[in-house]
Design a protein around this ligand. Structure first.
Ligand code: XCC
Length: 649
């Protein structure tokens, strides 16, 4: 191609709109007609992006820089301090992991504070929605449950979670170690990447990569892997405590894409990641239906965007309006009355579009404000009151809609979500109650299905939105792979109508089809048929996938690197995705990434990520931007593992 050697790999879109999502295409036409700027315009305006930054060889860690490492020999091949490309690339990379771990654990910390306030009696609006999960979790963590009050048990669980944030004693973080099979526990201890806490690990990573500290790329990368496991500690806290407070997800029917934003309703989008506020907004919306009707609407319609959307979809069946790259499109419908945001993946540009419409943008968390948005500090002591204020702001805004600006989307697709590890255990358990996951592993060993793939990650406009998520999914299911999904990958499938039973008929290979039908026959109690791809939840719920791969490992009597299980993030974007990918590799999983992380400036680091990681942890990165080739590489990885398993059986 004519790409300059240093330029970022941007996949040329097949249509000029850079998206394949039909709802987004409808709204982009509205944007163009009205000359409204969106992320799709800004992406083009940024081209060509900086080649040094893209390759990870721009160092801005100290004020002597920025240093750009050049390909030629001599002094320009190093930074001013003498740092080589491999040092700079590895430092930059692991600082992204630190950012990801900080983000996921900040989300978890908020859920934890809420649980703690419940224990302290400081909030009346939350409850232990799932005592069953609380007991299961406590037992896993080694906390006594016999003849104890639930609040007392939750008190001990929250204390232990707080310790996991700040422990200085030399013992592994409980919210990771208690979830690990023995082989991974030993591996992480032996390679010195087992984190004892979250906050200290993130801090250590920043210190390790400061100017004039660690220059050894291998040591830096190992520090990064420890950071990625600290990210997983945060995810385990986030997922498990959310299940305790808001319930364990169970199969649930809903709809997705921008058509779920309805003209006759007061529409509130909840966007970001944290279920602590948005769960309250759902409750407040139910309570304030009469007020919405008084204003002329039929009721209040809560719709989700990004992972807050996934959290609410999984537990409440709330409609999923859209995913990250198309978040602005919700406003362009002209009938979105409020955009309520918490943290992460929220474009600051939203206020710019809200200004052109009647839509109120409201930020709710102390660390997340946007100029031009109204800030309503959300407090768990006054949670329901705060949520009602938000709903009332939306009802007021509803009255100011401009009929000339209404441009509804017609795209909405049915879906089935809610597949927590508990839900999967129940479904498989109807076939084999003693050993539920043998249902999955036996199907792999018999050749009925080819393995399991966890599809995760974001949107990244270096690719056409959602195209590669969908292309890889279709290739996998056609080849009889059982697919689970999280985050904006799950969002893509939901929006495109691929997360329902009709899609099984249309896209699954014969083996996968028969496997899913077999599960349905064994589960007549389910009020719905099963989907083509199983929604595990939000970004933090990638932890559920780690439970799944380890349950399969236990069933097979092997360590995770032997399990026919792979991961794929075709459009990785956020620092969190770098952290997730890195812990997947540490967990022994072949991990495909379709948008390049900033590491091509060092062959050594590229080699560590794709090969040496495999020698040490049994998992490795598969960097592949071509989706057809990527699907084939994932299938090959599964096939190789299955072949080896069969030989040793
Ligand atoms: Fe953000 Fe979670 Fe990525 Fe989507 S998927 S763009 S992180 S919302 Ni986790």
């Amino acid at each position: 191609t004519s790409r300059p050697s240093n330029a970022p790999r941007v996949v040329e879109p097949k249509n000029p709109l850079r998206t394949t999502d039909p709802g987004t295409i409808e709204m982009l036409k509205v944007a163009q007609e009205n000359k409204l700027e969106t992320v799709f315009d800004r992406f083009v305006a940024q081209q060509p992006q900086c080649g040094f930054g893209y390759k990870g060889i721009c160092c801005r860690i100290c004020l002597a820089g920025p240093c750009r490492v050049k390909a030629e020999d001599g002094p320009a091949s190093r930074g001013i301090c003498g740092a080589t490309a491999y040092t700079i690339v590895s430092r930059n990379l692991v600082r992204m992991i630190a950012g990801g771990a900080a983000s996921h654990s900040e989300h978890a910390r908020h859920v934890l504070h809420t649980a703690h306030e419940l224990v302290e009696g400081k909030t009346k609006d939350y409850e232990i929605k799932s005592p069953e999960k609380l007991h299961k979790l406590a037992e896993k963590l080694g906390i006594e449950t016999l003849n104890r009050d639930n609040m007392e048990i939750l008190g001990d669980v929250t204390e232990l979670a707080y310790e996991d944030f700040g422990r200085y004693k030399d013992r592994p973080a409980a919210f990771l170690d208690s979830f690990l099979i023995e082989q991974r526990h030993n591996k992480f201890l032996n390679t010195n990447i087992m984190p004892r806490n979250i906050d200290g690990t993130v801090t250590e990573l920043m210190a390790q990569t400061a100017q004039g500290v660690d220059a050894d790329p291998v040591n830096i990368i190992f520090g990064g892997l420890k950071g990625s496991l600290a990210d997983l500690v945060g995810e385990y806290i986030g997922t498990n405590l959310s299940d305790v407070l808001f319930g364990i997800p169970e199969p649930i029917v809903s709809e997705a894409n921008l058509g779920v934003i309805e003209e006759k309703m007061v529409n509130i989008a909840v966007h970001g990641h944290n279920p602590v506020l948005s769960e309250m907004v759902v409750g407040a919306a139910r309570e304030l239906k009469a007020e919405a009707q008084k204003a002329g609407a039929e009721g209040v319609n809560i719709v989700g965007i990004c992972c807050t959307g996934n959290e609410l979809l999984m537990r409440e069946g709330v409609y999923l309006a859209t995913s990250s790259a198309s978040q602005e499109m919700a406003i362009l419908t002209g009938v979105l009355d409020a955009m309520v945001v918490d943290i992460q993946c929220i474009y600051p540009s939203l206020t710019q579009l809200c200004d052109c419409y009647h839509t109120k943008m409201i930020t709710t968390e102390a660390i997340m404000k946007v100029p031009g948005a109204q800030h309503l500090a959300f407090n768990s002591e006054t949670a329901m009151e705060d949520a009602k204020k938000l709903v009332r702001i939306a009802i007021e805004a509803y009255k100011r809609r401009d009929p000339k600006k209404i441009a509804l989307s017609k795209t909405r697709n049915s879906l089935v979500a809610g597949f927590s590890i508990e839900a999967l255990t129940d479904i498989f358990g109807k076939i084999n109650p003693e050993r539920p996951f043998s249902v999955l592993t036996d199907a792999i060993l018999s050749g009925q299905i080819k393995g399991v793939v966890q599809m995760a990650g974001c949107n990244n406009l270096k690719r056409q939105q959602d195209e590669s998520h969908v292309a890889i999914l279709k290739a996998l299911v056609k080849n009889d792979v059982f697919v689970v999904a999280t985050g904006c990958s799950a969002g893509a499938f939901a929006k495109m109508g691929l997360m329902n039973s009709e899609a099984v008929e249309e896209y699954a290979g014969e083996g996968l089809k028969s496997f899913i039908r077999q599960l349905e026959e064994a589960n007549p109690q389910l009020s719905t048929k099963l989907p083509l791809v199983f929604h595990l939840g939000s970004c933090v719920d990638n932890s559920r996938g780690m439970d799944l791969v380890q349950a399969m490992a236990k069933e097979l009597g092997v360590d995770t690197p032997k399990v026919p299980f792979a991961a794929s993030a075709p459009e990785a974007m956020h620092e969190k995705a770098v952290a997730i990918g890195s812990y997947c590799v540490s967990m022994g999983i072949p991990t495909h990434v379709g948008t390049m992380p900033y590491l091509e400036g060092s062959d050594l680091i590229y080699g560590i990520a794709t090969q040496i990681a495999h020698d040490v942890f049994g998992g490795n990165f598969i960097f592949e931007v071509d989706e057809k080739v990527a699907a084939q590489k994932i299938l090959n990885a599964l096939e190789y593992r299955t072949w080896k398993l069969r030989i040793h059986k």
